[in-house]
Design a protein around this ligand. Structure first.
Ligand code: PNW
Length: 442
């Protein structure tokens, strides 16, 4: 089961927490649906004990959560002990319940003070991230074995600095490509810094979202468009992490947009620091057609303007967010990585889930079928040779779904945001029984 700090915690000013870029972005008119903010979310900061009881009753053996950077370094530098104390309690609570913590250091909530100094466009932020990682690792290294640096650098860089759909809400070309590079650099520096401290054999990894790009036709133009989409979303990250090179074609795609001067000589070896696992988040495939650039002049293009149209969906069922339901895309994503990168570390599915409109009795049969089919698709990949170590469902609780606010509900447990009452949906009981049955089969 997986969650993230900003999406469930609320309590955005408690115990010395500083503002994050999502607090700032959410107050911008029109940025988040319904004008929703990080308050109250699921008030997990105060209700974490009851939430861990829900996890324990579910029978999961691992829990993936993230640490809120602005709780630990409110102004990007000064250390707030109360923030560290919260996560120590949380991890102890997991261990008492027999659940293994999988900690993610960065799930998109950059301290606003670091954004004011340039954010991920700035090389210095990579070094600040490594410092923060070492700080948390020093503090919690005795109780946490699984350390994920970043959750999904792609939307951080592209939705955040290219499309303006996510915090900090910028629409840039060069800046967004620099952000992607500095996220990777920060990841590598953080892994190195934590490894130097580790007395115990800790596991270090990164989480990437993988939406395979499928061309809508067999024309060469659509195939090339799908390749551009894959380069931007997947290979920009996986090639330097696991292939020892920058993605071929990336610089050509952004000719006139960026000079890539943010790449320094030793960066590739830092980014390519060996990993113990890769986390894959899978929700949907992209169906890609060739299209004209929105901006004919490269100098005024954002990073998202790569001459593709992703609106032509196949005739398959859709989730409540309109995403096509294609479990085979998960098999394809996992097998594709395995085939492309011979040195790929062991893999976890670190997020997978969906949204459907609620019925009055919370009988979410569509979600049950979605999860069942996707777990099966992951199994198919393992049978095909992928070293698959586990599956995390997104998500335990309804939560702040970024630019969609509280409108879209991913939880196996329903949250009433007025009363903070938790009500398990049918999928919660199904997942509990499914896990219990797996244990019998083991
Ligand atoms: C994931 N976008 O990624 C995130 O890791 C979760 O926090 C999130 O709740 C989940 O998906 C469901 O959406 C996203 O480009 C990746 O808009 C991309 C986007 C949004 C979420």
């Amino acid at each position: 089961m997986a969650t993230s700090a900003f999406q469930i915690e609320g309590a955005t000013t408690a115990d010395g927490r500083g503002p994050s870029i999502w607090d700032t972005f959410a107050t911008r008119p029109g940025a988040v649906a319904g004008g929703d903010t990080g308050e109250p979310a699921a008030d997990h900061y105060h209700r974490w004990r009851a939430d861990l009881d829900l996890l324990a009753e579910l029978g999961v053996d691992c829990y993936r959560f993230s640490v809120s950077w602005p709780r630990i370094q409110p102004d990007g530098h000064r250390v707030e002990r109360r923030g560290l104390g919260f996560y120590r309690q949380l991890v102890n609570g997991l261990r008492e319940r027999g659940i293994e913590p999988f900690l993610t250091l960065y799930h998109w909530d950059l301290p606003q003070a670091l954004e004011d100094a340039g954010g991920w466009r700035s090389r210095d932020t990579a070094f600040r991230f490594a410092e923060y990682a070492a700080l948390v690792h020093e503090e919690l290294g005795d109780v946490v074995d699984h350390w994920t640096t970043l959750n999904e650098p792609y939307p951080c860089a592209v939705a955040g600095y290219g499309e303006g759909r996510h915090a900090p809400g910028a629409r840039e070309g060069h800046g967004a490509l620099a952000a992607a590079h500095h996220l990777l650099l920060g990841h590598g520096l953080a892994v190195r810094a934590m490894r130097e401290q580790a007395a115990l054999p800790h596991q270090f990894g990164i989480v990437l979202n993988q939406s395979p790009a499928v061309p809508v036709s067999s024309t060469a133009a659509d195939a090339a468009a799908a390749a551009r989409q894959d380069t931007l979303l997947r290979r920009q990250f996986t090639d330097p992490l696991f292939g020892g090179r920058y993605a071929p074609g990336l610089t050509a795609m952004f000719d006139g947009v960026s000079d890539f001067s943010f790449r320094h000589d030793d960066d590739l070896s830092i980014i390519g620091e060996p990993l113990d696992y890769l986390g894959v988040n899978y929700y949907y495939r992209l169906h890609v057609a060739d299209a004209p650039h929105r901006e004919p002049d490269p100098a005024s293009r954002t990073v998202a303007d790569i001459g593709v149209d992703t609106s032509r969906l196949p005739d398959v069922p859709r989730t409540g967010m309109g995403w096509p339901v294609e479990p085979e895309g998960l098999t394809e994503a996992l097998v594709g990585l395995h085939n492309r990168y011979p040195g790929l570390p062991p893999v976890y599915v670190t997020e997978n889930g969906c949204v459907y409109a609620d019925r009055s009795d919370f009988a979410d049969y569509e979600r049950i079928s979605f999860l069942n089919e996707h777990i099966e698709a992951a199994r198919t990949a393992a049978t095909a040779g992928v070293d698959l170590r586990g599956y995390f469902c997104w998500s335990l609780l309804d939560n702040f779904e970024w630019a969609h606010g509280y409108k879209h509900r991913f939880g196996l447990v329903h949250v009433d945001y007025e009363t903070q009452r938790r009500t398990p949906r049918s999928s919660y009981r199904w997942y509990r029984d499914f896990i219990a049955a797996q244990r019998l089969l083991e």
